[in-house]
Design a protein around this ligand. Sequence first.
Ligand SMILES: [Zn+2]
Length: 391
Amino acid sequence: MCKKTARVMGIHAPYGYRFSREQERLEIDGNVAPYVRMLFAWALQDVSRIEIANRLNLIGAPAPGKYDGRRDGGTWTDSAVKKILYNPVYAGFHVMGKSKVSLYRGIGHTPMPRKEWLYFPDFHEPYITMEDYRKIEGIVVQNKIEMEERLAVRRDVRMRIPDCFPKMVYCADCGGRMNFCRGSHHRGYDDISFGYYRCRCSKEFAKCRNKKIQQNYLKIMVMDQLRLLIQATVDRGRLLSTVRSGAVSNVAVANVKKNITRLTENEKEYQNKRLKAHADFADKLLDEKEYRQIGERLAVAELEAKARREKMEKRLEEIEKAVERHKKFSEDIERYLNVTEFDENLVKKLVGRILIGDDGTIELELKCGDVFDHLLLQEYSEKWKQSEDTQ
Ligand SMILES: [Zn+2]
């Protein structure tokens, strides 16, 4: 429609109308007019939109999308019904300014609020009277208010009972992630009082069937396990600090260091032997062939000793790194040692996944497992314990 002359220019007519080129305006499309009339009659009798859609589907009314020859929109839906009900076109209005385009500002189609639309009354034959249109508008607005109220209640419930283990709870039997749900002791939203996790897989694994765990119970169990873990980590951290400070000697490290010293000496010995062989060759005690054979053998032995020394040095470095990392980590979590309440940050920091078994077992998969279970670290503390025991 032209904004200056108010002439209808488009030919895409809304459902129930078609565009008449002679009169340059919309006229009622007799093929689907009975369905549009039924739709409005039901709406005025307070039939819900979804029920209207169901009825239209039942009597085989061609849906708007299908009627327009589009591939989608083959059936009536709640939103298809709403689009017709809440459109002033059916009350004889022509409407402009539904959306704004501001190309020079780079803004595409922006929908405008209804109160800013431009209405041209008595433009074409209406389906409903103005009075009925106002009534339906009232119903739509009331529905919207009720919907918003329901959403607000849901938002409130989401805030009140949040998912404390987002995407962390898994079923140990089927391996699937368990869904967070909110439950009430009665039906409806007014009484939602607890959160729980449920395994959705119920067909293949009989064990999973109806597996549920209450969030509050899980909170307590997870915190219990974390407290034990923190206690053990901090204890070991203190132990490692004692060993490092030299108050106690460490057999594992001492052995590695001893090996490094021995291998370094071996390397030097092979070097000296090569120098000696060279001197002997110069003094003609060795002929060239003998000298080359001895030299090659010594060079190989030296390289072997060097490789073994480097391996040992690397091992020492790894042990020291692991000890350092563990020490830092245990210092970092020491502040959680006396935590009694559920601490979401602590859980997110330490726990990767929580596995729920069918017999109610709860297993934590830790995020930094290597800090707790580093192989070298175990060797380190165990050998230390041995040296403690033998002393
Ligand atoms: Zn399962």
